[in-house]
Design a protein around this ligand. Structure first.
Ligand code: PAF
Length: 275
């Protein structure tokens, strides 16, 4: 496994690689990331992981400064799974002020986008830059960031990028909590309560599977259930899996998405439902 920090070294190392499978990350890797990297091995002959905490996708009051940076431990975890780790400094990714951006679709202003203005613009912009640097054949993203994955799929289609996008299943702790680098912000008491987000989504999924068509009522009940347990709820929404549109009657491929805060920590999760 080779660790490179500059785009020049990255391009030199990847010269002549036949098929590149790419996993972009912000580091602080957990089992969810490692599962994606293992999946990447079956998608390409050279597996590249990027580790870059992208300032462009954090709001002014978000956790950019305190986001955990653990490059050495991350490289140890990737050993034997990745061929190349690309860990650029901010000045390497943004050698000049970024004045051009990927303008994401209107859907990016909904759900998480309504609470994190500019987040998806910054995310899509850095992902396009990383795609141009790595030039992968395949790129893998976790389904936990479902809206991010939906936006990237649209970007790749609409900009004709020659990259196949693969979504990896969410990896969960035994009690159902979706693994996330932000889970470590939870106090022990909050960690105990945190699985309720998954349980709430699972209840909505059961109701949908049992034939409930009252989507707005299900969303409202779920938000009330979370609030009654001390969560500050941003949203619970039932959407169509493709493009995250508000479901038409008879839509069979649904996803339930939620974001809520427990104390100072913002958690997101989602569950797909096939009817
Ligand atoms: O999901 C993430 O870790 C980030 O949003 C990504 C895709 C690496 C872009 O910075």
């Amino acid at each position: 496994m080779q660790l490179v920090h500059t785009s020049t070294d990255l391009r030199a190392r990847l010269q002549g690689e036949r098929t590149i499978a790419f996993v972009p990350t912000m580091g602080n890797l957990h089992e969810g990331h490692i599962a994606l990297v293992k999946q990447a091995r079956s998608e390409g002959s050279c597996v590249v992981v990027s580790i870059f905490v992208n300032p462009l996708q954090f709001g002014p009051h978000e956790d950019f400064d305190k986001y955990p940076r653990t490059l050495e431990a991350d490289c140890a975890k990737l050993h034997g799974y990745a061929d190349v780790v690309f860990a650029p400094a901010v000045g390497e990714m943004y050698p000049e002020t970024q004045t051009l951006f990927v303008e994401p679709p209107p859907m990016a202003a909904e759900l998480c986008g309504a609470f994190r203005p500019g987040h998806f613009r910054g995310m899509a912009t850095v992902v396009l830059k990383l795609f141009n640097l790595v030039q992968p054949h395949v790129a893998l993203f976790g389904k936990k960031d479902y809206q991010q994955l939906a936006i990237i799929r649209q970007m790749v289609r609409q900009f004709n990028l020659p990259i196949r996008i693969v979504g990896g299943e969410t990896v969960r702790a035994e009690d159902g909590l979706a693994l996330s680098s932000r889970n470590q912000y939870l106090t022990p008491q909050e960690r105990t309560k945190s699985a309720f987000l998954y349980q709430t989504l699972a209840d909505v999924r059961s109701a949908l599977s049992a034939g409930s068509k009252e989507l707005a009522g299900l969303e409202r009940n779920a938000m009330e259930a979370l609030a009654s347990q001390g969560w500050q709820v941003e949203y619970v929404a039932i959407r169509a899996q493709d493009g995250l549109a508000i479901p038409q009657a008879g839509e069979r491929r649904l996803v339930i998405l939620a974001a809520a805060r427990l104390g100072a920590t913002r958690l997101i999760d989602n569950l797909e439902v096939g009817l």
